[in-house]
Structure formats: structure tokens, C-alpha cells
Design a protein. Structure first.
Length: 276
């Protein structure tokens, strides 16, 4: 366990500078977005009400009251989130290929460590999962701060105060921060499964080179087909014999099976097909 934790810490440390930079971009961009959008709203309100003599009720009917939701729908808010997601998707591939194509083919040093090779595989997956949770935690901490900043700028009569939970429920954040346990299992379980499947496909490519690309693609295609097979079968047969909760339970079972198959296959490839 100690060696595994050291591997996880090592993987996190290798990406930490970029990770902290992404967090910094997210904080600066979102707070700047709150300030800019709030000042813009107040400027429009003052111009309409005090210069054009538009009644407040009419302005509010046209523009609506200011809230953090208006910020969450802007590029200032969603842009850095999209950037972080893109960076993590890129890192899913980079975390392996960096070891092979980096200086002194570092992967061979990792494979020679006195530990089970599957721990290298699992440590990379856990490090990505921890980074995802880190981004989510930062976002949860930012929402109350952004709400306070908006309150400082926008007068009470011009705004709607919302809790962090209400902001999440009424924005795209509900995908990243599920409100129910079932949604959490569905979204993050599927994410973990996808990461492990991609890892296995990469190991196929590294084990068999050009043939491995085809084998990896077949493996990904088969896992996707198996995972969605209950829904596909019902759609083809036009017979919906399962309740939603039964489909959910079945998908969890299939997801766990596919994760197990992915880990076992990766363990086999690391142990038998990748030589040092």
C-alpha cells in the first residue's frame, strides 16, 4: 500500500504545475466573470432607468434580475471548466505516452520497480480521479465566494440570491456535481470505466504496435457495445421489459464487469507482453 501511495503521489507531482495553473486560470476567470458581468448589468440598468427613464419593472421584465446563473452561462465561467476537462482528457493519453517517449524511456524504470505492475496502471487511474475531484472541490468553494462578490456589486433590488445547491441545479454544473447518489454513481462510474478502457487500449497499442491499434479499437468497441447492450436490445426488439431502476442496476453490474475485464487485461499485457 505504501508503494502504491508513493506511485500515486509521484503521478500527481508530475502534473502538479499544470494542474495548479489550470486551477489558477479557473479562479481568476470565474471571479473576473462575476465582476465584469455584474458591472455590465448595473451599467445597463442605470442607463435604462436613469437616462432612458425606463421603469424598473419594465427593465426587470426585459433583462431579468441579476444572479450567479447569468455568470455560469458565460464564457468566463464555462471556458476554464472546458479547458480543465480538455486538459484531463489529453492527460489520460499523455500519462502513458510521456513515459514511453520521454527522456530515457521512463516506463522501463517504472516497470522494474519492486512492485506489482498493475499498481502502475491503478496509480495512474487514481491520480486522474483525484485531480477530477480536486477540480470539483475548487468549484464548490468558488460558488459561495462568487455569490458574495455579486452581492457586493449588485444592489439587493436588482439581484436574486441563490445557494450553491440552487446554482448547481439550474446550470450545467449538475453534470459535474450530481445532486443525487444515483447520478453520482452513473456519471463518475462511467467516467472511471472510460478511463480504464482507454488505458487498456493504449497498452494494446504499446504491446503490439500497429496491430495493437486495431486490437485497442476492437476492445473499446466491444466494451461500448456490451455496456449499452440492454438498451440496444430493447430498442431493436421494441420491447421495454425493464424498469428504469432495473436498467440502472444492470448497467452498474455491466460497468463493474467491464472495469474488472479492463484491469485484468491490462495486468496481463503489462506482465506478459511488455518486456523490459
Amino acid at each position: 500500500m505504501t508503494r502504491f501511495l508513493k506511485l500515486v503521489n509521484f503521478e500527481l507531482g508530475r502534473f502538479m504545475k499544470i494542474y495548479l495553473a489550470l486551477i489558477g486560470i479557473t479562479i481568476i476567470s470565474q471571479i473576473a466573470g462575476v465582476i465584469i458581468k455584474s458591472n455590465s448589468y448595473i451599467s445597463r440598468a442605470n442607463e435604462a432607468i436613469y437616462e432612458d427613464l425606463v421603469p424598473k419593472e419594465e427593465f426587470f421584465a426585459t433583462e431579468g434580475l441579476m444572479s450567479v446563473l447569468q455568470v455560469t452561462r458565460s464564457l468566463w465561467f464555462m471556458g476554464p471548466i472546458a479547458l480543465c476537462i480538455a486538459a484531463l482528457i489529453f492527460y489520460i493519453f499523455f500519462i502513458w505516452y510521456r513515459d514511453w517517449f520521454g527522456k530515457n524511456t521512463f516506463i522501463y524504470r517504472l516497470l522494474m520497480l519492486p512492485t506489482a505492475r498493475i499498481q502502475i496502471f491503478l496509480s495512474k487511474g487514481v491520480s486522474i480521479l483525484l485531480m477530477v475531484f480536486g477540480f470539483v472541490a475548487i468549484q464548490l468553494m468558488l460558488l459561495p465566494i462568487e455569490s458574495v462578490i455579486l452581492k457586493w456589486i449588485v444592489p439587493l433590488d436588482y439581484r436574486i440570491d441563490m445557494t450553491a445547491g440552487e446554482i448547481i441545479q439550474n446550470s450545467y454544473l449538475q453534470t459535474l456535481i450530481p445532486s443525487t447518489f444515483i447520478e453520482f454513481v452513473l456519471y463518475y462510474g462511467a467516467g472511471i470505466m472510460a478511463v480504464f478502457i482507454i488505458f487498456t487500449a493504449i497498452l494494446f497499442e504499446r504491446s503490439f504496435r500497429l496491430k495493437g491499434v486495431l486490437l485497442g479499437a476492437i476492445f473499446v468497441g466491444m466494451t461500448v457495445l456490451v455496456f449499452f447492450s440492454p438498451i440496444l436490445i430493447m430498442e431493436i426488439m421494441q420491447t421495454y421489459y425493464l424498469y428504469p431502476i432495473e436498467i440502472f442496476i444492470l448497467e452498474i453490474i455491466l460497468g463493474l464487469m467491464l472495469i474488472s475485464v479492463s484491469i485484468w487485461t491490462s495486468h496481463f499485457l503489462l506482465k506478459k507482453k511488455i518486456a523490459v
